[in-house]
Design a protein around this ligand. Sequence first.
Ligand code: ATP
Ligand code: MG
Length: 727
Amino acid sequence: MDDPSPAHDSILDPLNPAQREAATMTSGPLCVLAGAGTGKTRLITHRIAYMVREGTPGSSILAVTFTNKAAREMRDRVWRLVGRAGVWLSTFHSFCAAFLREEFPTIERSSAFSIYDDADGLALMKRVLQDMNLDPEVHRPRQVLSRIGRWKNRLVMPEQALDEETGAVDREAADAYRRYDNALTEANACDFDDLLVRALLLVRDNAEIAERWRRRVTHVLVDEFQDTNRVQYALVRALTREGHHLCVTGDQDQSIYSWRGAEPEQFDAFLEDHPEAGLVRLEQNYRSTGHILSAASSVIACNRNRIPKRLWTEAEDGEAVRVVSFRDDYEEADSIAKAVREFESEGYDRTSMAVFYRTNALSLPIERALLGDGIPYVVVGGLEFFARAEVKDLLAYLRFLANPADVVSLSRILNVPPRGIGKKTQQGVIEQARASGQQIGEFLRDADGFSAFPTRARKALTSFAKRLQELDGHTDLPVARFISTVLDLTTYADYWKAKATKAGSLDPYQNIGQFVTLAEEFDRVQGGSLPDFLAQVALLTDLDRTERKDEAVSLMTLHTSKGLEYDVVFLVGAEHGLLPHAMSMDTQHGLEEERRLFHVGVTRARRRLVITCAGARTRFGRAALASPSPFLDEIGLDGVEHYGDVGLRPGRDAEDAFDRDEEDNPLAHLRAGAPVWHPDYGAGTVVTLRGRGRGLDRKVVVNFENEGRRTLILRHSQLDVREDEVW
Ligand code: ATP
Ligand code: MG
């Protein structure tokens, strides 16, 4: 290898030997399976840079990550290492959107398609179900959509669903799927699942397209592979000639999206599909202190359905992990604000602090407390901004102007601001357009079509048609200027301005301003057409939009925290029913996913970790009693300090309650000589118990018949007492 500067290699030097091995193994399939903070993402980034340096054209490398933020960070790093090499770094959805924009014309579909978010999909589904005259009590739009999502994730197409389903209700749902699919095509729109499915179908079923892309993209890398679904896996395999130069990295212990169709078993599938694949494991954690890492390891060790792994760190043990209980969520929130100040005084930057919670609703008291204390914060990762009515309306205008078939967007804005086009007229417009065989946008621009409407409606429609024609004359403008023109000509901005003055709030109007700023940035940084801009915006979340806010503490859900790291992490609301969440804690599968989620949160922390719970929490406006999460018991005692007095050790009352709970557990009564059974080690006999008292935190030494002596912590030992035997 001719390295231009062997003394200092900026690409390989920052890697450890295992990472280096994986980075330089650039041919053939490769799987990197490793725990949190072991440098998978760093490895992928450096591997890309290495490939570019070794002569692979950047434009033939595709790296897929989970969030736009992660993709951007990777791109910046690659740029720093090897310059703007043209590497394709994006999320699955953005890649598929770009792919479809290029390839739809091949199958005679317009590339100016709209991307529907969940709310748009729901609006369309409601229309479909109405047309079918189905009982909304039996077929709830949301449920039908999630059913369809499951079909799509398994690549079951509508016809197949109709074939497969035999029950009447299921067949109706399958029929709704077929009609919804047709309605999407008719509106020239894709929902999020569709982006993936359509892209896959094109590569799979169209040899010419497949060949073109395989020549173009020769190397594909997927980070966070544990959270991909079957469609995504099939797509990258199809793009790489059955996984030829496909590299996947991830951590099964961080799989947290099975509810959205992710299949962590795909690592097994990958290794089965590619027996020749290289397999690299990384074991050194570079992110967290020893205490944080050991807390994370003991929690995740409680999952049965996993392959145990060993993680170690050279870092110092650091400060103890704090587990703190509070009387209620207000006290919890106040104390977090206080702790932020405390950590600041220790020298931590606010931007390196984050608060994680299981569900969005938990952010409210924290926001109040931070606000009250004058601490700036950002709530990241949600869709609040893009879900705001005024932003959605504006987007709907733009989408309809770019895509004249987009009936959902049109329905949103046909009478916003109010222009005398009532519900009946709206329905009539849609039906007549359909009857005339025209796209809704064509129909609306053609004033002759309105003759069947009563005079008032006809006037209103004609004036709307004029506006559309005027706007058509400006579509060549840069996006931000076009948007301003839309705002002027439709009087939409004035509409909100007037409302704002009345209500004494400027918020929506300011949001519109922010949206224009977003477009200005698009024009300045990358430029492109209106459909380019819309495709990008459709896949943005607030995580991407707000990341640049300075000096703010970040607030986000645990799901959003994936892949990120912070010096200081507060994990709040660690309570039974919240984390694990009530919806998922009744099955072993659900509980283990919740535990992985908890583990993801813990492993984001670099130096300080504070986990909190409250004895009472306000939910749906009412304070309800809460009890600590079982995960808190699982983080062990070493390097963990407990504070507070609500139901948590080492408060004395709590200790008693705890003992009473354990009273019923047969493990608490184990004695030397007891015969036991372990799922992995088989039959054995207890040799001795170590530790004080009778609690489950004692250690047990067992002599297994086939495995010899093992020492286990009682609580996590998975031992069964063989009660059939008398002892
Ligand atoms: P996660 O599973 O949470 O996504 P990861 O395995 O992707 O984690 P990275 O984010 O790549 O881990 O790395 C974790 C931290 O360790 C980062 O701050 C990274 O810069 C640092 N790091 C990774 N590899 C090394 C290394 N060889 N030497 C020093 N620091 C490293
Ligand atoms: Mg990572």
